[in-house]
Design a protein around this ligand. Structure first.
Ligand code: GSH
Length: 383
């Protein structure tokens, strides 16, 4: 891949590794620094990882030079991360040495601080807050549909068992492909319960996917992106999951093809937005949000916030499993400490709004399930 295609100048700000005094450190201990002024960011990932696709699309749109190394092909001297997740970025730490960094949501915010222009975060705090809600919904809820469809249906399992190993580091003959594919499929199918997918919850996950794509399709009949004429972090989170749901896995792809042609096209377009020329006026006015966006907030609020609350309660109680009711259906999944953190981030962003901004955010969330996360006395609790 040629990352420099989208680069039109160096827009890095406050990024110490590129200052001359750090170049020696890089040369001494890390990779060949080369011409550090133009060194792209390195990340490892694979095309079948929604979060890799989310981040690569952000980098392209933001015209941040990058070097995507397919997982398994990373140089042996790359630092290792505590938790091996895709994508993993290699970024300078406080001492200037590269460290392995994961987690797309804080990484997007870090890149907002370190690279100027072409922001994926609305300047208006209310809009930015709503963007965070949809980013989290994409990352943490829509991913359930992605994982469920891929590993619940024979047709999807068979395709994924052939394709996923082929995204790996070396060529595989038929026998090796069958062996590795079977091992991956067995491992992932056994993990379905972690994300809450089971024969009991499957229909509910699928209904929520269908409702979401129908509502997004309606929104796209009037608007280019969730928050107006330019993409926010929420668009990229949703996009990441849809790269698989709409472009890879046959069952959800057929659903989207039958009902959402604009959405189908949107996934293709959003993959590479380096040619878009966004302006500040392209964001919606938070005081006049279109009904189609409010409907998406309502849909996401119907399913995801109840899980966030139940997960936080289960974590506080030290329970290994979340047992709750979502959208009138029994729900059970492994307790996720990470989603406790997500809830805390969303609450902190809400708390940071001024009183006037909070009133505006409350108006957008009125009648949606999201309001339950931020009601008085709840928002400041530590869950
Ligand atoms: N919260 C992380 C999630 C990243 C993630 O879960 N990546 C998946 C691949 S898409 C992964 O590496 N899972 C570990 C595994 O499958 O073993 C992010 O936003 O980057």
């Amino acid at each position: 891949m040629e990352p420099a295609l989208c680069v039109n100048g160096d827009r890095r700000i406050g990024f110490p590794i590129y200052l001359p005094e750090y170049i020696g450190i890089m040369n001494a201990n890390l990779f060949e620094a080369g011409d550090s002024e133009l060194d792209p960011l390195s990340l490892i990932g694979v095309p079948g990882s929604p979060y890799t696709r989310k981040m690569v699309a952000v980098l392209r749109y933001r015209r941040i030079p990058y070097r995507l190394i397919f997982s398994g092909r990373e140089p042996a001297d790359f630092p290792t991360s505590k938790v091996r997740l895709l994508p993993t970025f290699y970024l300078p730490g406080a001492d200037g040495r590269l460290e392995a960094v994961t987690d797309s949501t804080p990484l997007i915010r870090r890149f907002e601080r370190e690279y100027e222009g072409r922001s994926v975060r609305p300047a208006n705090p209310v809009l930015a807050f709503l963007d965070s809600l949809l980013e989290d919904y994409g990352d943490e809820w829509l991913t359930k549909a992605m994982f469920h469809y891929r590993w619940a249906y024979r047709k999807d399992i068979d395709l994924a068992a052939g394709v996923l190993p082929s995204w790996g580091p070396r060529p595989l003959d038929d026998e090796a492909l069958a062996t590795v594919g079977k091992a991956i499929a067995e491992r992932q199918i056994s993990r379905l319960r972690y994300v809450g997918s089971s024969p009991r919850t499957g229909p509910m996950i699928e209904d929520s996917y269908v409702r979401f794509i129908d509502l997004f399709e309606r929104h796209l009949s009037q608007h280019r992106y969730l928050f107006g004429g330019r993409p926010g972090a929420g668009d990229f989170a949703v996009f990441g999951q849809l790269t698989q749901l709409v472009n890879v896995d046959p069952t959800p792809m057929a659903v989207a093809a039958a009902r959402a042609p604009r959405l189908f096209a949107w996934v293709g377009l959003t993959d590479d937005l380096c040619g878009l020329e966004p302006g500040e006026a392209d964001w919606f006015d938070p005081a006049a949000l279109p009904d189609t966006l409010l409907a998406i907030l309502k849909e996401s609020g119907r399913v995801y916030p109840p899980l966030l609350l139940a997960n936080a309660a289960a974590a506080t109680a030290g329970e290994a499993t979340v047992e709750t009711t979502i959208d009138g259906h029994a729900w059970s999944q492994q307790t996720f400490p990470y989603q406790v953190k997500c809830l805390a981030w969303l609450r902190a962003e809400y708390e940071a709004l001024s009183a006037g901004e909070r009133t505006m955010a409350d108006a957008a969330l009125a009648g949606t399930g999201w309001a339950a996360l931020f009601s008085r006395g709840v928002a400041s609790s530590s869950a």
